[in-house]
Write a protein that binds this ligand. Structure first.
Ligand code: MN
Ligand code: MN
Length: 291
């Protein structure tokens, strides 16, 4: 393959003038099955150079959107708690500057640090796995505990888990007892994503949305290169529908658990495309951000 710059394609704006800040968190220390998610920020950036700058369906030129690529934060060898603190610090800086953070994992644990910087948000948690264990392998900050740690910060009533198809029995019981809203991949398949989103929009009213996209929510036939693949997942189009539905009030986004060592580049290509669509959608639907 040709050599490409190390930043996300067209993300050439300075931090100060940008409205979107992409940053990578190359971290996979708590991964429970496959390692390699730490390589994802680099692979996804490389994959991003595959596309035309112009998006034909949105009629937006990606190079017209003020996007800054901050690079990766240096956390590879840190304990997960420290890593979360580093992610939190950077996200705080981005949010306080009135910009939208776009975090590239790394494993799902990175989301905890990003999400804790928002007041009054609803988290849409797209994942094959519930991630609601209080502890996993003696670590409260394992990727298997991500949603539990997010719930500690924003409260279960401010979370919707979408696309779930794997959980431990007690983990599921606890989540239900706490009142966590869970929509399984099976329900999405039977009812259709449009109907699910219609219902969700009624409940969520006007709250700002943080979207956390664990890439294993997508079926492994489309996204084989993830850390813990789980069959019978969502389609890439389902993900686009979620983004389109909430892009007018999305204030943060992350994409995690891509594991490039386990495919031929297809997963990173899809990830890069979804990031481009998410940013372009937010840019198009949030006119205030253009001022
Ligand atoms: Mn997860
Ligand atoms: Mn998962």
């Amino acid at each position: 393959m040709r050599e490409f710059p190390s930043y996300f394609a067209d993300a050439e704006e300075s931090f100060g003038k940008s409205k979107f800040v992409i940053f990578g968190v190359p971290y996979d220390k708590t991964s429970s099955f496959r390692y390699g998610a730490r390589l994802a920020p680099r692979e996804i950036r490389t994959a991003s150079w595959n596309f035309e700058t112009f998006d034909i369906s949105l009629e937006i030129d990606f190079s017209d959107i003020p996007i800054h690529d901050y690079g990766d934060i240096d956390v590879e060898e840190k304990e997960s708690r420290e890593m979360i603190e580093e992610v939190s610090k950077l996200t705080r800086k981005i949010v306080e500057s009135g910009k939208i953070p776009v975090a590239l994992g790394g494993e799902h644990t990175i989301s905890v640090g990003a999400i804790e910087n928002f007041d009054d948000i609803h988290v849409i948690f797209l994942d094959a796995h519930l991630d609601f264990r209080d502890e996993y392998e003696n670590n409260q900050y394992s990727h298997a505990c991500t949603l539990r740690r997010i719930a500690d910060r924003v409260g279960v009533s401010n979370i919707t888990a979408l696309g779930i198809r794997s959980a431990e029995k007690t983990e599921l019981e606890e989540a239900r007892k706490e009142g966590l809203k869970i929509i399984t991949s099976r329900e999405i398949r039977h009812q259709g994503m449009e109907n699910i989103l219609k219902e969700m929009s009624k409940d969520l009213d006007k709250q700002n949305i943080y979207l956390s996209l664990d890439f294993d929510v997508i079926d492994p036939s489309h996204a084989p290169g993830v850390s813990t693949p789980e069959p019978f997942g969502l389609s890439p189009e389902d993900i686009i529908k979620v983004i389109e539905n909430f892009s007018n009030r999305m204030v943060g986004f992350d994409l995690v658990e891509v594991c490039p060592t386990y495919d031929m580049g297809i997963t990173s290509i899809l990830a890069a495309k979804i990031i481009r669509i998410a940013i372009a959608e937010m840019w198009k639907k949030q006119p205030l951000y253009r001022g």
